[in-house]
Design a protein around this ligand. Sequence first.
Ligand SMILES: Cc1ncc(COP(=O)(O)O)c(C=O)c1O
Length: 395
Amino acid sequence: MKKIPLLDLSYQHEPLKKQILETITKVIDSGHFILGEEVREFEETIASYVNVRHAIGVASGSDALFLSLLALDIGPGEGVIVPSYTFFATAGAVARAGATPVFADIDYESYNIDPSFLEKFIEENCEVTYKGLYDRKHKVIIRAIIPVHLFGQTAEMEPLVHLAKRYNLKIIEDAAQSLGAEYQGEKVGSIGTAGIFSFFPTKNLGGMGDGGMIVTDDDDLAEKIRILRVHGSKPKYFHKLTGINSRLDAIHAAILKVKFSHMEEWIEARRKNAHYYKKLFVESGLGCEGKSEKCRVKLPMECPYSRHTYNQFVVRVERRDELKKFLEENGVSTAIYYPLPLHLQEAFSHLGYREGDLLESERASKETLTLPVYPGLTESDIEYIVDLFIKFYQQ
Ligand SMILES: Cc1ncc(COP(=O)(O)O)c(C=O)c1O
């Protein structure tokens, strides 16, 4: 029986092992492990790739979100709009800053925040006051939106930018899963007030440990984040602000720099795998794209405004849990991202959300299944997986 993991990083690491080890040795020999040249060079690499003025390396994507909120002075009594269907970190950072996550529903096809939901929410629940946009329901002033570019695809930014301008809201793009994705030709992270990336090993650019980055065009904001990541100190031991210790390690930056030069080719490999899945699913008669079509396997849409990087290949299926078990029994690992939307998580129970409040987020949690799509997955692996789907639905 074939064994196909959800993710296999050996395809990326085996050919680069020697170069990575040399890089690590260089850092060890330099004796410089915190920030310094390696981090600065990697920050410049990312800033130039994303086409922004500043990139600031921090300890994780979660910290990148938290520090962005802190730098924007978002805290108690204030609300931040986040999609409910995302990894916990998006809303966790808001809570950690002392602010209130205001959950928005997602679009059925893109799995990203639904701008029309947001427009309706604001119209029905909010009013413009001298302090800003007041959300009567949650009793907070809404300060920002965090659109998540989920699974490697961009959120629909234009209407969100429009809302942000209209109501004086900041936008922090959560591009943890989507480095390299594009919205109407612009790299994600470059559209909002700030954008964040994660270098968690499973991401488009995965490190060998935790790491994250904040990008922005705003000089003052960048300077503030640089200070906040070193306990608010500038100069050293003189603290302007209360920050945290959150820095990208020199060793990680050096490794990421080596890996970055292959990232585009890995993204292309992900895209190729995704297209091959789609072709086979459609030919089998099981798969289709789009909400209006009827089929057993809803394929991930590549929205017209987006360059999808397929950090995850997520399908909507009938009999999801049974199918997952069947694939596992036949050697194929899959995952459920995410089994419970954030508005129904125990950690947010005090916010008073109930089942039925955000229907698309709840539906996605019950119907989606994530299949292997990593670079290095072969055509024969994909054929094997689609054949298993065919067998399963013939039962
Ligand atoms: C959407 C999203 N936001 C934020 C994060 C947090 O990133 P990190 O794991 O680097 O803290 C993740 C990581 O999985 C994520 O998927």
